[in-house]
Design a protein around this ligand. Structure first.
Ligand code: RP5
Ligand code: MG
Ligand code: MG
Length: 279
């Protein structure tokens, strides 16, 4: 369990709220800390009771650590604890209680499609990195509208939705702008990328995400899957267009020095190692 860092960022995203500072040695719940006084915060967007959010805990008793109706409240990290009816973040304190921007109490499940190709020159020959001497991978990255950081075009798993569908749907919405195109064209996009997303893919990561929106009682978890266009003639030929919560989209070289949202960089490292690519 690597210590979460972004989940302790001072300023809570999209707000003026500042987290109660949590030093490294007090992150773990097993460290008793009488002075701990997290800021309580749940965003207005969540309090308005949109379909994607749970009601407040006072009027609602979700079944934690199980699939509750259509909502998966199980964690990839094993069984999580509850305190006064509220689930506790399995990676420890964040300095903020309540749900912040997250809709679900406990785990909020997402899926991250990592679409890659090899970086090639005009003649189609793979380009190797000058230092590592390894071929360079490129992946489809989006610039998030909420924070301006580059990220994998991931999104939330809808209640009851298969993760394999979420991966393809979120990629289509954020990197191909499928929601804005005509239904006829949408079918065409669907057809062209279904082939790539039907391939088994490499599951790079499954578990807790060190997301800046995490709180003591609500956190992000994801399944990150790599779909690789080895020949460069499937998805590489599709025109990228940013949509939904993405402001920009482009192919980005996979490299350890490129800063990414949440713990997305660690997922790319696993992909690079698996494909014997530069990192
Ligand atoms: C991250 O938030 C996940 O890894 C995923 O990329 C993303 C899902 O949230 P939204 O993009 O829907 O805001 O923790
Ligand atoms: Mg989305
Ligand atoms: Mg998204």
């Amino acid at each position: 369990n690597a210590t979460h860092v972004k989940a302790r960022c001072s300023q809570y995203p999209g707000s003026d709220v500042r987290r109660f500072p949590v030093p490294d040695d007090k992150v773990n719940w097993s460290q008793s800390w009488a002075q701990y006084n997290p800021v309580r915060y749940t965003s207005l967007a969540v309090l308005k009771k949109p379909v994607w959010a749970d009601p407040d805990i006072s009027s609602f008793s979700p079944k934690f650590n199980t699939v509750d109706g259509a909502v998966d409240r199980t964690s990839f990290e094993g069984s999580y604890k509850e305190e006064n009816g509220k689930p506790l973040n399995p990676h420890g304190r964040t300095g903020l209680s309540g749900r912040g921007l997250l809709g679900r109490w406990g785990p909020n499940h997402a899926a991250d499609p990592i679409v890659t190709r090899w970086k090639v020159d005009e003649r189609g020959t793979k380009i190797h990195h000058s230092v590592s001497k390894l071929p360079i991978l490129q992946f489809v990255a989006i610039k998030r509208k909420d924070c301006g950081e580059w990220a994998i075009p991931g999104g939330m798993v809808d209640p009851g939705e298969q993760v394999s569908l979420t991966l393809q749907r979120e990629f289509s919405e954020e990197a191909l702008n499928s929601l804005a195109v005509q239904p006829s064209e949408r079918a065409q996009i669907h057809e062209r990328i279904t082939k790539l997303f039907k391939s088994p893919g490499f599951q790079a990561f499954k578990g807790y995400v060190d997301d800046p929106r995490n709180t003591d009682n609500a956190w992000m978890e994801t399944v990150a899957v790599n779909f690789h266009d080895d020949s460069g003639n499937s998805v590489s030929e599709l025109p990228l267009q940013a949509g939904d919560d993405a402001g920009q989209v482009q192919w980005v070289d996979v490299d350890s020095s490129f800063p990414l949202y949440a713990s997305h960089s660690s997922f790319l490292e696993l992909v690079a190692k698996e494909r014997k690519a530069h990192w």
